[in-house]
Ligand binder design. Structure first.
Ligand code: A2R
Length: 319
């Protein structure tokens, strides 16, 4: 469709696949980039509806050549080193991909004639440690990241704002809170639980689940709501502005686990394993999506029970 061509970096990632569906359903033409070929099935599927390019976002000249060739009207920059936990072990790589990769893409986008919006995907990890008096996070909360991942996203947000003020690049920043759903890899807490339950059901793991800190409270959304937020930001977001995308509620990891365990007929023993505990873990995170609701019409639709069932079924099918 004319003037509705979206380019997604990290298109074969967890959120990427859901964003493709969201955009195609809304009448966009979609293309995007993959880094490695380590999910050939997913890429084969994507190629049925999208043009897919191989791209390392750290390759500056290749990024600018590709963007100049594709000439998208919308860019959704999802490619990232996305694991908070692993960012401690791969600190420099995290800064490289999340900061320099974003810089390459911003540079390549300056001067694109028909670019309507550049959506940068940031994270609630930018807030890091905040005052216990803060009950609900808003976009105005000071940023105090406590992980290499959080630092990289804060720095990249600043870069996006600079490119907006310096070159009038129409950048909007999505500060996404935790999200889950089918397709997420097991480095994250919900898929890790789901995979273990599916393994137990398939007789491939003893009926014991290993879990980390269950008392942490998180603001959890369905990925399908979050990607709708990305589209709404592209269509209605104000350039240079940050929008939080979240559920506005918080739930303990314990409750998530209880809900998941109720979805299986197997009797499961839960064992706490300290190796899953994170230093500096934040006890409670809850966001407020009022600004996104007011300015772009964002309203989450999915109930947590559906998100959990769909995530578990994804791993059941994989078994
Ligand atoms: O390794 P691949 O081919 O799956 O690509 C990953 C891609 N990526 C890169 N792309 C280009 N050049 C690189 N040097 C590079 N390094 C990684 O980023 C992967 O498909 C994608 C990220 O996808 P996920 O890890 O599944 O993250 P998710 O959950 O979709 O997160 C999307 C965005 C990220 O910016 C997160 O930081 C944020 O939402 O929460």
């Amino acid at each position: 469709m004319k003037n509705k061509h979206a380019f997604i970096t990290g298109i074969a990632g967890f959120a990427g696949g859901h964003l493709v569906k969201e955009l195609l359903d809304a009448g966009y033409t979609v293309s995007g980039s993959v880094f490695k070929d380590d999910s050939p099935e997913q890429i084969k599927l994507l190629k049925k509806t999208c043009n897919i390019y191989k791209l390392d976002i750290l390759n500056k000249s290749r990024v600018s050549k590709l963007i100049a060739k594709v000439k998208p009207n919308y860019i959704f920059h999802l490619a990232a080193f996305s694991s908070v936990g692993q960012s401690f072990a791969y600190e420099r790589l995290t800064y490289d991909i999340n900061f320099n990769g974003t810089l390459n893409l911003l540079e390549a986008s300056v001067g694109l004639q028909k670019l309507r919006k550049f959506v940068f995907i940031s994270s609630s990890e930018c807030y890091g440690k905040f005052s216990p008096k803060t009950k609900t996070l808003t976009e105005d909360e000071p940023l105090n990241p406590i992980s290499p991942y959080g630092i990289s996203k804060v720095a990249a947000e600043h870069l996006c704002k600079l490119y907006h003020s310096r070159f009038e690049l129409p950048v909007v920043i999505a500060r996404a809170f935790n999200h889950a759903g089918p397709g997420q890899n097991e480095n994250f807490v919900i898929p890790s639980f789901c995979k273990q339950i599916a393994m137990i059901e398939a007789g491939r793991q003893k009926p014991v689940m290993y879990v980390g800190n269950l008392s942490a409270k998180r603001d959890l959304s369905d990925v399908r709501d979050i990607v709708r937020g990305y589209r709404l930001m592209a269509e209605k977001g104000k350039a240079g502005v940050v929008y939080q995308l979240c559920s506005g509620k918080s739930i303990t990891i314990q409750s998530v686990l209880n809900k998941l365990v109720k979805l299986t007929k197997k009797k499961i023993n839960v064992k706490i394993d300290k190796k899953f505990f994170r230093k500096n873990d934040i006890p409670l995170i809850r966001g407020d999506f009022s600004k996104a609701k007011k300015e772009i019409g964002y309203n989450p639709n999915y109930k947590i029970d559906k998100t959990l069932l769909n995530s578990l079924n994804y791993y059941r099918e994989k078994m």
